[in-house]
Design a protein around this ligand. Structure first.
Ligand code: G1P
Length: 273
């Protein structure tokens, strides 16, 4: 079985347009991990996402006329090459698991990645790249995990862990959004996955789970035991962009980390605190 991960799914149907910059950060992360095909699962009213990844003809023309070559190059640097981005729609918001299932024919029968734009991760080696690098060691299914405070387990998929070497954790079970008292651990699933195509069979059953939605976590449970299944404690800081404060903090952290504007941003922040 090949261990190269060529395709990535981005479930973006539920995102507001304020997420567009984050939406762009995800394919950049995927590209850094060697992903060659970018599959966006969008929804009604989300045409802006397709335009976001297309040439901005008017803008490029204006930049060209004004001789803004650096800006023009930056704009063009990340544009999917022709034929490498695919868009499919999730007609009804039935849940993350259903969104991933909508991409089944575009993925076919090979291991693939899933990236959730709500989870922005600042790291020296992009999170999915870290995972693609450890994947040949473990194969099977690999999901990003992080330790969270017990009072937050109900926001995440949570692992029932087996052997844990500090970096890789064997997955024995998983529960979606358990109450703190019922959580099997405090190891939470973060939105980066490398999965086997067989998960589509379980997603296709459209079983409804936590929150009345088709959950990706639930479709992963039957895969445990069949082939290796690991959680990977990634290096880096994760921001929950589904939350207003988390989104704000991510903007600050990413701006501070930028070589071109980091110092200016720091000076500005100093004026406020
Ligand atoms: C999803 C997954 C959950 C995971 C989380 C990470 O939940 O269902 O297992 O822990 O992403 O952000 P959501 O945040 O979409 O409710």
């Amino acid at each position: 079985m090949a261990t190269r991960i060529r395709k990535a799914i981005f479930p973006v149907g539920g995102l507001g347009t304020r997420f567009l910059p984050a939406t762009k950060a995800m394919p950049e992360e995927a590209q850094a991990a060697g992903i060659e095909e970018f599959i966006f699962v969008t929804g009604r009213g989300k045409a802006a996402i397709e335009d976001h990844f297309d040439q901005s003809f008017e803008l490029e023309q204006t930049l060209e006329q004004r001789g803004k070559t650096a800006e023009l190059a930056a704009l063009r640097r990340w544009l999917p090459r022709p034929g490498t981005a695919a868009y499919t729609r999730q007609q009804e918001p039935l849940g993350l698991g259903h969104a991933v299932w909508c991409a089944r024919d575009l993925v076919g029968d090979e291991p693939f990645a899933v990236l959730l734009a709500d989870d922005l991760i600042l790291a020296s080696v992009p999170c999915l790249k870290q995972m693609v690098d450890v994947y040949p060691e473990v194969r099977g299914n690999l999901i990003a995990i992080m330790d969270v405070p017990r009072d937050q387990t109900s926001r995440y998929g949570v692992l029932a862990p087996g052997r844990d070497d500090g970096r890789l954790v064997q997955v024995r079970g998983m529960v979606e959004k358990p109450a703190p008292a019922k959580a099997p651990s405090t190891l939470a699933v973060i939105g980066r996955y490398i999965l086997e195509a067989s998960v589509f069979d379980y997603l296709g059953k459209k079983n409804v789970g936590a929150g009345g939605e088709v959950q990706l976590t639930d479709a992963l449970i039957p895969l445990i035991g069949g082939s290796p299944f690991h959680g990977y404690r990634f290096e880096g800081k994760r921001f929950d962009c589904g939350d207003k404060i988390g989104f704000f903090e991510a903007n600050i952290a990413f701006a501070l980390a930028r070589e071109d504007i980091g110092t200016d941003v720091r000076d500005i922040l100093r004026q406020y605190v």
